[in-house]
Design a protein around this ligand. Structure first.
Ligand code: FAD
Length: 561
């Protein structure tokens, strides 16, 4: 008896993982992948590193080939084959073979759409000029490499400071190009909080990259045979042989829309938690679908490889009769820039505020800390800047961002799992994690984040933040408890300076009718100070993350050079 026929549109992250899983579950099924491009299952995420020559050979980007699919999985891959129509009533798809120009039909029992997303084309002139590129496919990155070599490019402009823009910038710098990044928002990585992104910007500047924030490209003009001019709204023109446009992606939904499948409000294909579309015989996965965000409670688009792979697997499970559900997303992501790494899980403060969720329902609070990635007594400890966002109501962890040279990803992954399990800051306090001095600390940064947040929730200490320090109210006295040499290097204007070691002797200098906002360099000594002061009857609060967070925040929001 013939098994069911599973047709899959798109043969990369979601499509390929769906096909392979379906075969593992059902030896009899007939599985066909239709892929418009000339590669199946390639590593899109590796493309910037191929441009940068970190990945030296194009074939290293190929995770699997049609031959491998055939031999290992008995799956048929049809390359250069675009699915251009779906006849839902007849359960048929119309396929265009790009090599022959021929159209033909295939029937299906189950159809999976994993068409991905396409780069957003901003409404500016000149995007089709030679030297202007988007980065989506192996041929795109091949063409960029060729352009660099043929034109002997010395400069490039990257439009967009999101993660693809940042990765492309790193790789172009690696190839010796002088790069200008143009970003419309006032910060790089616009979904993150500005103070957490700041270290990446500092790295770019160190590497000689020009960063134009709050700058918009108006058009791209021809400038001789080998170059173009990127014209900004400010009037500035940047002449260069190479422009990379990376201003986001948009779900590819034309096929689904033409077939009358329901789309969501954000423009992605609407699916249920079994990845099933509005037609019960058609599933959709990956960048093309809208998914439920477990923290914001809203639908979202999350064009990342991890969700696409897991969704592909879930679609295959459901098609093969298993009762599994997709849990939704929380937005765990990472970007590297030379030796700095920024990792995150859950929404940022900016996002929670923009969605109107900061005060209600969550009653959000945040803490900052700057622990070493391993024990400070063991050589080579690097600082991680961390920000934990949680609910004041029940301690539920809502979001986390970490940036540093080492250890940021591990902490983010641990906290991501806690978020997925609905964990609280009290769980982080008690998390049992690996420790030997070269790997971590007996109180791991994850534990510390939980302890600091739990201290706030238990009422042991209250926190204020860098932005509160800009203009402290009349009833507040700002107290610096660092050592004199630290105070001399820089301090918050108007702060009273009493080093922690002298605080008990000089406590009578502090007014009891004022609130005391204490700070030190990272918030640890001032926490000790705040605890002592409270026990002597003062109303004391601690600047979360200390002077270090204050300095970074001021730079990140443009209040300091
Ligand atoms: P894709 O993997 O894009 O596959 C869709 C395929 O469908 C395409 O090959 C397309 O040709 C084909 N197709 C579309 N329509 C049709 C049709 N009608 N008929 C036949 N074929 C069709 N994510 C991360 O998590 N981490 C990273 O570091 C990361 N880096 C990235 C770097 C770059 C440069 C890019 C472009 C993406 C990166 N991503 C990263 C995102 C990740 O690659 C995507 O989220 C993931 O590939 C989405 O999987 P998908 O199956 O939905 O779509």
């Amino acid at each position: 008896m013939r098994g069911k026929r599973l047709c899959i549109v798109g043969g990369v992250a979601g499509g390929a993982s769906c096909a392979a899983r379906a075969r593992r579950l059902d030896e009899k099924a007939e599985i066909i992948i239709f892929e418009r491009g000339s590669f199946v299952s390639f590593a899109n995420c590796g493309l910037p590193y191929y441009v940068g020559d970190v990945i030296r050979r194009e074939e290293h980007l190929l995770v699997a080939t049609p031959e491998m699919f055939r031999q290992r999985f008995n799956i048929e891959v049809r390359l250069h084959s675009e699915v251009v129509g779906i006849d839902r009533d007849g359960r048929r798809i119309l396929v265009r073979d790009h090599q022959t120009g021929r159209h033909y039909e295939e029937t299906y029992d189950a159809l999976v759409l994993s068409p991905g997303s396409s780069p957003v084309r901003p409404p500016i002139e000149g995007l089709d000029l030679p030297g202007v590129f988007f980065v989506r496919t192996i041929p795109d990155s091949r063409a960029i490499r060729r352009m660099i070599e043929e034109r002997n490019a010395r400069t490039a402009v990257v439009v967009g400071g999101g993660y693809i823009g940042i990765e492309m910038t790193e790789n172009l710098v690696r190839r010796g190009l002088h790069v200008t990044v143009v970003e419309m928002q006032r910060q790089l990585m616009p979904l993150c909080d500005p103070e957490m992104v700041w270290p990446l910007q500092e790295v770019l500047v160190e590497k000689g990259v020009e960063v134009r924030l709050g700058a918009q490209v108006e058009r791209i003009e021809e400038a001789g045979a080998q170059e173009v001019t990127v014209r900004l709204r400010s009037g500035e023109g940047i002449r260069t042989p190479l422009v990379i446009v990376a201003v986001g992606v948009r779900p590819e939904v034309q096929l689904a829309r033409d077939a009358g499948l329901a789309l969501g409000q954000l423009g992605g294909i609407r699916v249920n938690d079994r990845m099933q579309t509005s037609d019960p015989s058609i599933w959709a996965v990956g960048d093309a679908v809208e998914v439920f965000h477990v923290i914001t409670g809203r639908q979202t688009l999350l064009p990342l490889a991890g969700p696409a792979n897991r969704q592909g697997r879930i679609a295959a499970d459901v098609i093969c009769g298993r009762d599994v559900r997709f849990r939704g997303v929380q937005g765990t992501a990472v970007v590297g820039l030379f030796d700095q790494v920024l990792a995150m899980t859950g929404p940022s403060e900016k996002t929670l505020k923009a969605l109107g969720l900061w005060d209600e329902p969550y009653g959000c609070e945040k803490v900052y800390l700057h622990p070493g990635h391993h024990a400070s007594y063991y050589p080579g400890a690097e600082t991680i800047a961390m920000k934990l966002i949680f609910s004041r109501k029940d301690g539920k962890i809502l979001g986390f961002q970490a940036v540093g040279k080492k250890g940021a990803v591990r902490r983010t992954d641990v906290i991501a799992m806690a978020v997925q399990k609905g964990g609280t800051v009290f769980d982080l306090e008690e998390a049992e994690l690996c420790y030997a001095p070269q790997f971590g600390s007996a109180k791991d940064p994850v534990n510390l984040a939980g302890m600091i947040a739990a201290n706030v929730l238990r009422g042991d200490v209250d926190v204020v933040h860098a932005e509160d320090m800009e203009r402290p109210p009349e009833h507040v006295l700002v107290l610096d408890v660092r050592e004199p040499f630290e105070f001399r290097r820089g301090h918050i204007p108007g702060a009273l300076h009493i080093p922690l070691g002298f605080l008990r002797q000089r406590m009578e200098e502090l007014p009891k009718d004022k609130e005391i906002w204490a700070y030190c360099y990272v918030g640890q000594r001032s926490y000790v100070a705040a605890r002592a002061l409270r026990q002597y009857g003062y109303r004391a609060k601690n600047l979360s993350g200390g002077y270090r967070s204050y300095e970074i925040w001021r730079k990140a929001v443009g209040k300091a050079p």
